[in-house]
Design a protein around this ligand. Sequence first.
Ligand SMILES: Nc1ncnc2c1ncn2[C@@H]1O[C@H](COP(=O)(O)OP(=O)(O)O)[C@@H](O)[C@H]1O
Ligand SMILES: [Mg+2]
Length: 481
Amino acid sequence: MKNKDLSVTSPELRVKSPDSPDDLIALLSKKVVGQSAAMKHIVPYVHMFQSGLSPEGRPAGVFLLLGLTGTGKTRTVEAIAEVLHGNAKNLLKIDCGEFQMEHEVAKLIGSPPGYLGHRETQPMLSQQQVDTVASPNCPLSLVLFDEIEKAAPSLTRLLLGILDRAKLRLGDNTTVDFEKSLIFFTSNLGAREMIREINPDIGFQGRLQRPSADLASRMEGIALAAVRKRFSPEFINRIDAVVTYHPLDSVSLATILDQNIAELQNHVNTRLGARCFHLEALPESLAFLLKKGTSEEYGARELKRTIHRELTQPLATLVAAGSIPPGSRVMVSLSQDQTSLVITAIAGGAAYKRRPLSILIVDDNKDLLLFLEQLMKKAGWEVLTAPSAEKAREVFARSTPSTVLLDYVLGTEDGVTLGLQIQLMAGYTDVIIMTGGELAPEEEMICRERDMPILRKPFLDVDVLNIIRSRSHKAAARSAS
Ligand SMILES: Nc1ncnc2c1ncn2[C@@H]1O[C@H](COP(=O)(O)OP(=O)(O)O)[C@@H](O)[C@H]1O
Ligand SMILES: [Mg+2]
């Protein structure tokens, strides 16, 4: 059983867990990018437990998470642990790869008294282990059987008892109770066929687009067929929800890249303390990492590996060599031949030129457009405007501003769709939507998932400035040059 040290406790975890299912779905969807459909399956079981309505005599929820490698299956369980318990490590994780042989299963449940080594074998699935991963905030234990397809058949038989009666009998004849547990199984069964299935769809165009509903249902079919081949109907029937994870599209990967760079900065701040510095990754370096880190086969894992190899390791070498003065700005750009990143430290006091921040404002209401244009110019921004979605795409392609402010109603088009198109062109653009009316719930969900805040009319000039400024520290890092 290994706990990966993937995430740090984030600030929102110190508050109590969110009350409404929608809040919890939104919070988890920020941590596990592009998989809100999966969260919608899981979250109701958490709420059922919290409201005391979980059925007795069985686990509070049993989930089978399917899909390609590196799409966030394991991360999902860690993210739930972060939200419920304040720490990604508060989960009992069984790496099924360690239990491929029948005799290894004894490590899980311990051997019967009298057997050789009985006293030494502390079962991994003891009541105490299950209880210690719950927390004072929340008595729900998360139990993860990772990569279940690797488990020996006797392990799957053992699990049947847990799923059926929420009980497991250990070698010493005591029982472990799983009534206050959510049980997760992950598997990438069918992955090879899935890749074959998406490949014809993935030309240059396909890679940029969200998986179509049709592709998503074909993937689900493949995953389920593979699961039916491997596991018995009794086992499958005891699962509350089978969830297939989507392959990650380029917008999701860009968001994950942003998160990883923010995490790296965080790490620099906490580990180096007074010797910390400020990382500024220029757009071309982000585009380079994204391009190199995109892989159908390994999903976000490839992106993380690429960031590690191209950025984190060279940066660590520079830090170790003392080449980065404390307090400096560390610019990450692209080499002339565009084959690697260049890391340049600019000492704290050194002069450097900063391009003004640029914003594209799109609204078919001329008066409001003029008002916003003047407001942002006064605030020192370089302002571009467009009266229609069509014009906006043209202007954006030409000037790639760091921020765009989009009215929801744009003739026959709408701001949310345009915002998504813009994120597809440049995933690191800050998109803000203005609206005078209500958005459809799906659109609200898209905005949350894609991190596009909604500015509701009527608003004051300070509202506009606040929302733009609150996001522009990110943009500032990118446009400094
Ligand atoms: N949807 C996602 N959102 C954010 N990070 C992700 C996502 N998918 C994968 N990752 C990152 O990639 C790595 C591998 O993800 P993991 O959840 O272990 O993949 P798997 O689907 O194979 O279980 C993790 O470090 C995780 O942080
Ligand atoms: Mg995994």
